[in-house]
Design a protein around this ligand. Structure first.
Ligand code: ATP
Length: 419
């Protein structure tokens, strides 16, 4: 089963509104085993909407629209669909009754005006979908050939509400699934997309639908399977993820939406240890990542933002000779920062970052993007230097991710678990 999604609104075409409705619908439809065959956006223009809906019905036979159901004169979607299907518009008594009830409940004694009544006009033969989250109702309009147009409001909260409460059950009944569309994502970091692709190709393993999703956190690998029943699809995905874990080795850190910071916190928790941070170029971003995870307070104690050399020396005990000989951006310095912050807080795990975020400050030996991180955990230490790409903001975010990853690797490899 396939369906088309048409989002309607001038704002979408002007770029003032980001089309999140299509993404929501695609994800929800996938759960029903329904694939989105095509997505399009059109202006608030009756003829263009009618043309697009007609074309979608001819191509695919099923279409969901979003937007343009409001009471104002630029809301022309219902009129357009009536034209596309050759239906007349009639006032729906149930919509009028619900609107009056809603107004009464809100203490509004003014009778419905012409604009309000306009919202109760529906194409003849349409089934009204109750909107419990706003005034514009949704519509389900089927024709003699079992082709269907579903109309939903543009306001995301209203669209989501009507879709889940009214449309999803109807779609499940009208188009019983030949299978589901399921996805699982393996998150990797510290490895380039091209290197990953090469490793996967060299492994000789095939993945029917594998998407590479690179970002500043790393490369997410998403496997999608469609057409199987839920249990088979889940099993297939479990096997695929296992294969990808083997191929990607220590670069794989989590699945789906799990943040690397929560993996690090979990490792520290498992070891019964606490984390502190010492940050230079990231100015608190590492602390922000860790504290963004609910429940981090049992493991994360705090940190020191040691932006200047003076603070590195006086608050963290980084020796002046280290700073002079190796510089503030060096593995020697970050190792001393990590040791110093552990001492200062009496903590077991210390993570330190120093780097050149740019755009100025780079040299031939240490160009912009040079970042050093160090981790100390009960006597064991690790340190690394990399040259990260991107603008100042990206370099700082990537540096944070690099430090978290170093911590994950050290914590998962070393140290016995304290009982
Ligand atoms: P209502 O009458 O309840 O406003 P409507 O169907 O007339 O509903 P629109 O006027 O088209 O909705 O859009 C209302 C708001 O919803 C827009 O201002 C925009 O912020 C948001 N919106 C519209 N379409 C989308 C979309 N595709 N994705 C995300 N947001 C959207």
């Amino acid at each position: 089963m396939r369906i088309e999604v048409i989002t309607i609104g001038d704002e979408l075409l002007l770029g003032f509104t980001i089309d999140t409705n299509s993404a929501f619908l695609a994800r929800e439809l996938a759960e029903l085993g329904i694939a989105v065959a095509r997505r399009s956006s059109v202006a608030d223009n009756r003829d263009e909407i009618a043309r697009e809906v007609r074309a979608a019905l001819e191509r695919t036979g099923a279409v969901i629209t979003s937007g343009g159901l409001g009471p104002t004169s630029d809301d022309v979607s219902v009129e357009a669909v009536a034209v596309a299907l050759g239906r007349e518009l009639i006032e729906d008594a149930s919509v009028i009754a619900r609107m009056e009830e809603r107004f009464r409940a809100m203490g509004n004694k003014i009778p419905l005006n012409r604009m309000n009544r306009r919202q109760a006009l529906v194409p003849s033969g349409a089934e009204v979908l109750i909107n419990r989250h706003g005034t514009a109702p949704g519509l389900w309009i089927a024709d003699a050939a079992d082709r269907v147009v579903v109309m939903l409001p543009g306001v995301p909260r209203e669209l989501r509400g009507i879709f889940v409460e009214e449309v999803k059950p109807r779609l499940a009944r009208a188009f019983p699934a030949g299978g589901v569309i399921l996805s699982r994502t393996l998150r990797t970091t510290g490895i380039a997309e091209s290197v990953l692709a090469q490793r996967i190709a060299d492994s000789g393993e095939g993945f029917p639908s594998l998407a590479y999703l690179p970002g500043w956190e790393g490369v997410d690998l998403r496997v999608t399977i469609s057409g199987l029943h839920e249990q088979e699809a889940s099993q297939f995905l479990a096997v695929s993820i296992e294969k990808l874990r083997r191929i990607t080795g220590h670069h794989a850190y989590a699945e789906d939406a799990t943040d690397l910071a929560s993996v690090v916190l979990q490792e520290a928790r498992r070891r019964g240890e606490r984390i502190v941070v010492a940050e230079s170029c990231t100015g608190g971003m590492l602390g922000a990542r860790l504290t963004a995870i609910p429940g981090s307070s049992d493991v994360f104690l705090g940190g020191i933002i040691s932006y200047s050399n003076d603070v590195k020396n006086r608050k963290l005990g980084v020796s002046l000779s280290t700073l002079e000989t190796h510089g503030a951006v060096s593995e020697q310095t970050v190792l001393e920062m990590a040791a110093g912050v552990c001492d200062s807080f009496g903590s077991e795990i210390g993570i330190a970052i120093s780097g050149i975020a740019g755009p100025g400050g780079g040299t031939a030996k240490k160009p912009v993007g040079t970042v050093c991180v160090a981790v100390q955990a009960r006597g064991t230490t690790s340190s690394a230097t990399r040259i990260l790409t991107g603008d100042r903001d990206e370099i700082r975010r990537r540096a944070t991710q690099m430090a978290l990853d170093s911590a994950r690797l050290l914590l998962s490899q070393s140290g016995e678990v304290r009982q």
